[in-house]
Design a protein around this ligand. Structure first.
Ligand code: MLT
Length: 270
């Protein structure tokens, strides 16, 4: 798959990721604490008809790491600058998973002219409770001292459906390796950023682009009920439940996820 590397002169950010295919742009934005490789099951197939751009966000993969706090707003602005640097002028389909979805809300809010449609995978619209935000800040402190291994141990079971543990242990191992290889400063900065992300439930009725809301049936982090509710409030949204999948639906059941994305894009002329 064609890798891309680029230094954006506006943000001074070094980007890495995948840029494959031609046609309307499909921007794939990964979750926490992962990188673009979580979209391996989408990139080749969707690049038949689309320019698929799957970057590593600030702090992840081999993109620039910034310590402190990196907010969802900053990641959204980074992506807007990336599209400008790549001279992608037409509005894109923004597809984000979990933290990538938190970034999607901010991208839509801050750069609406760049959004043709949204695909929200296994994500949430509500802000953290005080308790959840405090736990994230503790995670941020601990990862700087202990490294990412405790986080991989704590997260890995929650990310996948039981069937993925049985049928695709290699995908789970690959995800674990990604977490272990992620820079602790990047993890800490994003954890602090997620802790202070705003509640966007009030934004949902104002989303005036078509939206596809996807959720793995066994998602233990952003549940089917919660995501169905998100889809019910966005005016032009459709909801699709993905079988044999948990929080990492695109990685766990790429076939069903790709079919849902393809049918959404076809129906909407995207
Ligand atoms: C993710 O997959 O991006 C995380 O589960 C997001 C979160 O911790 O809220």
């Amino acid at each position: 798959m064609p890798r891309f590397q680029l230094t954006d002169r506006v943000t001074n950010m070094q980007w890495n990721g995948m840029d494959q295919g031609s046609g309307p742009t499909l921007l794939l934005v990964h979750g926490f604490p992962l990188d673009h490789t979580m979209w391996a099951g989408q990139i080749d197939e969707l690049a038949d008809t689309h320019r698929v751009l799957a970057p590593d966000l600030r702090g992840f993969g081999t993109s620039t790491v910034t310590s402190g706090t990196v907010t969802m707003e900053r990641m959204a602005d980074d992506l807007a600058c990336l599209l400008d640097a790549l001279e992608i002028r037409d509005p894109v389909t923004f597809c984000g998973l979990s933290m990538g979805g938190y970034v999607a809300w901010q991208f839509f809010r801050r750069h609406p002219a760049k959004v043709a449609r949204l695909i929200l995978c296994d994500t949430r619209a509500q802000a953290d409770t005080d308790q959840a935000a405090a736990a994230r800040r503790e995670t941020a402190e601990r990862v700087l001292v202990d490294g990412p291994e405790f986080l991989a141990d704590a997260m890995i079971d929650k990310l996948f459906a039981p069937s993925t543990h049985l049928d695709h242990p290699e995908r789970i191992q690959a995800t674990r390796n990604t977490i272990l290889n992620t820079n602790p400063d990047g993890i800490a900065a994003a954890a602090r950023g997620m802790a202070q992300r705003p509640d966007v439930t009030g934004l949902l009725p104002d989303i005036d682009v078509p939206a596809l809301v996807l959720c793995g049936r066994h998602d233990a982090i952003s549940t089917v009920d919660e995501m169905r509710q998100i889809a019910a409030v966005i005016p032009a949204a459709r909801f699709v439940e993905i079988s044999a999948a948990g929080h990492m639906a695109p990685l766990e059941n790429p076939h069903e996820v790709n079919r849902a994305i393809r049918s959404f894009l076809d129906a909407d002329g995207g």
